[in-house]
Structure formats: structure tokens, C-alpha cells
Design a protein around this ligand. Structure first.
Ligand code: ATP
Length: 497
């Protein structure tokens, strides 16, 4: 499948009534609770004749009804505490044992499921009563009046875009309780869930019900597994996957739960510039993650603030998420990738690409964090190339020669106007005008944003750059150096300092 990134109109970010996709959806999920519910929360271990949930892709049948997150009703917390999971589990276990004291594991399986259904079938919809047989273990199922009433009328699980319609307190695979929506993207939805098996919070990415997206999700799972196998101690700044399975025709990817993404962080700081010391801390972690990715020959392909997430309860620690567009260097499927603002010139021009495209995106992200606004906020590709040329000059001839997309941007060497009818003059804006901060930062970013990917810094080289190596107080010293030394030799400055 060719994944076409949905380009965001990031200019909208700054309009008064606009909110980013992720935030908008998150706020939807926080809609007021309505009405009374019969929500009950049990822990029960019920074994069916089917295969293990943990190791198997859970089978799903046709889609049926589910309910909007907005319309969820939930039991007040105080009432929830009355029937604690532990108490219910003990009760159920006691109940089952008393009915079958000498049961072997095999007949407990049958008996347990039968008894479970007999006991709780009024809390399941007809569809759930069918699908529950696909699960070896049942840990949680949301029960509330609305679910039972609406399931009969509205026998559809997906919305018109193929997203699973979610509602708070519902279950995913009889194990995960939906708490809130964290974000939404072109692939599907990500929600925070409580894993009732481990009693821990997780993030569940629910991929849209689409054949093409499902096959790309399989690549995402494969890459996450490769990354995690090579990072058994969870030391790299890379999202960790816990499980994956199919639920109601949707691939679900269970990962560790992370915090806000950097775009959400920008919003919470009113798009103020981040301190350069914080940007550096982020940059070091990202570069180390890139080094790790490069060692495994993996390209992320979608580095942007939305895909860099803070780690909960750990100051300034981040992780890279969303490997939905990623690929192995040897298995590049798509020629057209990356979100527009962060798209590297080689991708734009249709030239062979490699891990260098992530370095380009990193350069754009760092400037955005320092500026509080995107470096190349283009509405279309022509505008993007023109914005790049504005600060970097005309596309180098060797790249133009290799480009299979040059006719989209030029007509016999003449720049074609963008969708607003504008033509920007190459080299009409100084790099230092668009990149704030000291010379070292400027130089670092310039080296990430080299036209030619082979001239760009590798993550290893970047980690050795003076901006990374120098403590922020040392940067003050360089200001007193003669300006001729400050032009292009940051490594020389380092020696002098
Ligand atoms: N493990 C996680 N913990 C917390 N939030 C997460 C997690 N994974 C994703 N999110 C949130 O959900 C959003 C969307 O996730 P993700 O980028 O994986 O989806 P996507 O459909 O591939 O999006 P896109 O179309 O932008 O590529 C992220 O920007 C992030 O805010």
C-alpha cells in the first residue's frame, strides 16, 4: 500500500478556533458524563476452548454496534469501588470451584465459560455473547444500559471512515478498558486503556478497518518488534510494543503509555520558544534513537513534533512513536512519505532516499521548538520547495538532474507559482533570520538541512557537533569571538574555547 500522508494545514494552528487533531479528539473524549449506568467492573478468569489471547490474533466476526465516546455513561467512582475487581474475581473463582471442586483444567475450561455466560450474559450484547468464545481469558467487559439498548438498533461497529466507534468504559478484547482518546491520525485512533490483566495503563492504537492500512500496520508491528528485540532493557528512546491482535476487524497495537507529544507541549506553552537547553536534551535523545535506528537499517519516515512523546513522570525524557510509515532500508515501498512541513528535498523531488530524511525532519523540528512555529509551513509542495529555496538557494543541479518530479516545480528552469500564485525568490531570506539562537545551534541546524542527503550530518556526527558537546553557558563565550571565526567552523570554536 502506498501511504499518502495527510498534510496538515499547520497554519490553522494559529487561528483562534483551531485545535490540532489530537487535542480536538482528546477534548471530545472528555465530554460530560451522562445519565445513569449499570457499569460493572469485574475481573474474572474464564477459559474457553479457544487459543490463548496473548499469543494468538484474536478472531473477530462481523462488525456490530458500538457507541460513541461522547455518549458514554459511567458509574460514579464511589460506586465502582463497591465491587472491586479483586472481590469479584475471588467471588467468581469461589463460585466456580464450589460448583466443580474436582474439576481438571480441561473441564474447568468448558465449565467456566458455560457458567460465565450463564451468570453474566445479561451484561453482554448478542454480538459479545458470540465473540466471547474466541477468548481464552476474560478480564473485563464494560456493562452499561446504553450499550445493551443500542446494540440492538445500531448494528455497526465502524464509522464512515473505518474507525472503530469507541466509547468510554467499553472493553477491547475483553481485557482493556477504554479510558480516553489520546489521538487520531490517518491510521486510526490511539486511546488510553487500563489493562485489567496487569492492572496497568497502556496505549492502544486501533487501526482503521481497511485492507491496505492493515498491511501497513503489520509492517509497523514488525518494525516495533525488531526495535524492541534489540532494546531489551528499554534504554533507547523508542516506543515499546506489548502486544498486537485483531479485534472486530481492527488491528490493535498495545504499547506502553506515554505522555504528551511535543506539539501538545507547544500548545500548552502557548507556542512560546522552548529553552535551548531543553531542545538540546531532546535532540541528544533523538539522535541516539536515530543512531539505533540506523544500526538496524530502519528509517522512521515521519519525524514531527506529534510523534515525539514525553515519557510520563520523567523530566525531559522523550520517546519516538508512530512507526506507521517506517520501513527497512532494504524494503522501501513508498516513494512519497513524511508529513509536508518536515519532508526532505529528496522525497519532494523523487530522488532515492535513506536515513538522512529523518535528519532533515529533525532539523525542522528543532527550529520549530526554538521558534514556536514551523520552519517551512507550506500549504502545498511547490510552496514547500520555494520556502526551502528562499533560505537555501536554488536546488543543486545534481539533485535536479536526478529528480523525477522536477516538472511539478519548474518549467524549463523557471519556478512555477504555488497554489496561492506566489513565487518566492531563492536566497532572499537569511538562514539566521529564520533560525533563532546562537551560532552553534544555527550551524547544527544548517548541517541537518543540507540539500544533498550525503552531505547531511549522520546521527553519529551530529552527536559530536559542538552545539551538542558544549554546555549552554559555554555558548556565551563564543559571542566574544571574532565574527570571521564564527562563520563556518564550529569545531574550531570548540578548540579555542
Ligand atoms: N504510546 C502512546 N502513548 C500516548 N499517546 C500516544 C501513544 N501513541 C500515540 N499517541 C498519541 O496519538 C497520536 C496519534 O498516534 P500515531 O501517530 O501513532 O497515529 P497515526 O494514525 O499514525 O498518526 P499520523 O497520521 O499522524 O501518522 C500521537 O500524536 C500521540 O499524541
Amino acid at each position: 500500500m502506498r501511504r499518502i500522508k495527510v498534510d496538515r494545514l499547520r497554519t490553522l494552528r494559529f487561528s483562534s478556533n483551531s485545535r490540532p487533531r489530537t487535542t480536538k479528539n482528546a477534548s471530545n473524549s472528555r465530554s460530560p458524563k451522562q445519565g445513569k449506568t449499570l457499569m460493572s467492573k469485574f475481573h474474572a478468569v474464564v477459559m474457553s476452548q479457544e487459543k490463548s489471547f496473548d499469543n494468538e490474533m484474536v478472531r473477530s466476526k462481523n462488525s456490530f454496534a458500538s457507541y460513541q465516546l461522547n455518549h458514554v455513561t459511567s458509574r460514579p467512582l464511589s460506586k465502582l469501588r463497591v465491587s472491586t475487581p479483586v472481590k469479584r474475581t475471588k467471588f467468581l473463582q469461589k463460585f466456580l470451584l464450589s460448583k466443580s471442586p474436582e474439576a481438571t483444567e480441561t473441564n474447568v475450561k468448558e465449565y467456566t465459560l458455560g457458567k460465565f455466560i450463564k451468570q453474566f450474559k445479561h451484561e453482554l450484547t448478542d454480538y459479545e455473547l458470540g465473540e466471547v468464545f474466541s477468548y481464552k481469558f476474560i478480564y473485563y467487559w464494560g456493562v452499561f444500559e446504553e450499550k445493551l439498548a443500542r446494540a440492538e438498533i445500531n448494528k455497526v461497529f465502524d464509522d464512515e471512515k473505518g474507525n472503530l466507534i469507541l466509547y468510554k468504559r467499553d472493553h477491547i478484547a475483553f481485557r482493556y478498558e477504554i479510558i480516553r482518546l489520546l489521538g487520531q491520525g490517518s491510521f486510526g485512533q490511539v486511546c488510553e486503556c487500563l489493562d485489567h490483566k496487569d492492572n496497568s495503563k497502556v496505549a492502544v492504537k486501533i487501526i482503521k478497518n481497511s485492507k491496505n492500512l492493515a498491511s501497513q500496520a503489520q509492517v509497523e508491528i514488525k518494525i516495533l518488534k525488531i526495535l524492541n528485540e534489540n532494546d531489551p532493557n528499554n534504554e533507547q528512546s523508542i516506543l515499546h510494543i506489548k502486544d498486537s491482535f485483531i479485534f472486530r476487524n481492527h488491528i490493535c497495537i498495545i504499547t506502553e503509555l506515554l505522555g504528551k507529544n511535543l506539539y501538545e507541549l507547544q500548545i500548552s506553552k502557548n507556542f512560546c520558544s522552548f529553552p535551548i537547553s531543553l531542545i538540546k536534551k531532546f535532540a541528544i535523545q533523538i539522535l541516539n534513537a536515530f543512531k539505533f535506528l540506523e544500526s538496524l537499517k530502519i528509517i522512521h519516515c515521519d519525524i514531527k513534533p506529534e510523534n515525539i512523546l514525553l515519557m510520563p513522570n520523567e523530566r525531559s525524557k522523550i520517546k519516538i512513536a508512530d512507526f506507521g510509515s517506517s520501513c527497512l532500508l532494504s524494503e522501501k515501498i513508498f516513494t512519497y512519505i513524511q508529513s509536508r512541513f518536515y519532508r526532505a528535498p529528496e522525497v519532494l523531488l523523487g530522488i532515492n532516499y535513506g536515513c538522512g530524511i529523518d535528519m532533515w525532519s529533525l532539523g525542522c523540528v528543532l527550529v520549530e521548538l526554538a521558534n514556536g512555529k514551523p520552519l517551512f509551513p507550506a500549504d502545498c509542495e511547490r510552496e514547500l520547495l520555494q520556502l526551502i529555496m528562499e533560505v537555501k538557494g536554488f536546488v543543486p543541479p545534481d539533485m535536479l538532474l536526478q529528480s523525477i518530479r522536477k516538472n511539478k516545480f519548474f518549467n524549463q528552469g523557471e519556478i512555477l507559482p504555488d497554489k496561492h500564485g506566489n513565487i518566492r525568490k531563492p536566497l532572499s531570506v537569511k538562514f539566521s533570520e529564520v533560525v533563532p539562537g546562537d551560532y552553534l545551534f544555527l550551524d547544527f541546524v544548517e548541517r541537518c538541512l543540507e540539500w544533498e542527503p550525503w552531505k547531511r550530518m549522520t546521527p553519529e556526527e551530529a552527536l559530536e557537533h559542538s552545539w551538542i558537546k558544549t554546555h549552554d553557558t559555554e555558548n556565551i563565550l563564543e559571542k566574544s569571538l571574532p565574527s570571521r571565526l564564527l562563520r563556518r567552523k564550529p569545531f574550531l570554536i570548540k578548540k579555542l574555547v
